[in-house]
Write a protein that binds this ligand. Structure first.
Ligand code: HEM
Length: 84
């Protein structure tokens, strides 16, 4: 989650694209411009995004397994409910 925005920023820097915060604040490049680095970082950004999404899905599945099948209080704990 921390790496994704940094890799996105580095990717656009490597591609020579401006990275804007709002309409007027342009962030400085954090990676030297290079088409090969842009391609590599773009690949990494897409791959890590997929990994993040799969982690989210696995976490959801595990939470439902604990809440509906094992009924061991793990889901209640995640939802902030007291056990007693
Ligand atoms: C939590 C943060 C972020 C997530 C989860 C995320 C996720 C994604 C995903 C799922 C894609 C589509 C990937 C694909 O088509 O293969 C994408 C593309 C892209 N992201 Fe991010 N992103 C994040 C942050 C950023 C930031 C901060 C920037 C730039 C400052 C950025 C720049 C881009 C660009 C330019 C593309 C298009 C790449 C292309 O296909 O040419 N991302 N991002």
């Amino acid at each position: 989650m921390l790496a994704m925005p940094l890799i996105g920023w580095a990717m656009l820097s490597a591609g020579g694209y401006p990275v804007m915060l709002g309409a007027s604040l342009r962030l400085p490049p954090i990676f030297p411009a290079s088409p090969a680095a842009f391609a590599m970082l773009r690949h990494l950004h897409g791959g890590l995004a997929m990994l993040l999404f799969l982690t989210f899905l696995a976490h959801m599945a595990a939470a439902l397994y604990h809440g509906l099948i094992r009924r061991d209080g793990a889901l209640s704990g995640m939802l902030g409910r007291r056990q007693d």
